[in-house]
Design a protein around this ligand. Structure first.
Ligand SMILES: *[C@@H]1O[C@H](CO)[C@@H](O)[C@H](O)[C@H]1NC(C)=O
Length: 176
């Protein structure tokens, strides 16, 4: 996945106007911009499509549809993409702040997948990730369920910590 310009985690991709190019050609174009590698994408790589959630509460419906593709790659190929993404990719440092690997494990202390899933994701990217991990048997359903439950707990703790940080800025704001 990648850390996006807006501070949210998401998958590489972008907008495609289907009257100008096919979804697969549009995705290849976006991948070249964001990863620096022109990965061929075919219709067979398509996994799921759904209506994007409305971007703001005031716009109750969105005309946007998200299409999710998954491509299986060898580790060496992934390393190559990671290298290109940080060097030759046009969007590096602009739209994309960096690639991240998803920890597909849980450490003794509960680290790994659960804390990763408790971060903030763009749109339905978290659901897309969870759905893919199940669909491609990358994580056992039981382990994923446990991780998500722990993730909710982390989320609650994070809220407490955020409130403490907020109080900190509140005090500073009054002083100046
Ligand atoms: C998509 O492309 C067509 C043809 O170039 C154009 O008329 C239309 O306005 C575009 N739609 C969006 C949403 O950009």
């Amino acid at each position: 996945m990648q850390m996006r310009f807006d501070g949210l985690l998401g998958f590489p991709g972008g907008f495609v106007n289907s009257s100008e190019e096919t979804l697969e050609a549009g995705l290849s174009r976006e991948l070249l911009e964001e990863l620096g590698v022109a990965l061929p994408i075919s219709v067979e790589d398509h996994v799921a499509s759904c209506h994007a959630p409305a971007s703001s509460p005031s716009s109750s419906s969105s005309r946007l549809i998200t299409h999710f593709y998954v491509k299986k790659m060898e580790e060496e190929q992934i390393r190559e993409v990671e290298r290109a993404a940080a060097s030759t990719a046009k969007d590096h440092g602009q739209e994309v702040l960096g690639m991240v690997r998803v920890p597909l494990y849980t450490t003794k202390g509960g680290g790994g997948l659960a804390p990763f899933l408790s971060h903030s994701f763009i749109g339905n990217a978290r659901s897309q990730l969870v759905d893919s991990l199940l669909r491609f048997n990358l994580v056992a359903p039981e382990e994923l369920h446990k991780a998500l439950t722990h993730s909710l707990k982390i989320h609650t703790d994070t809220t407490e910590d955020l409130k403490a940080s907020l109080a900190l800025t509140e005090a500073k704001r009054k002083r100046f």
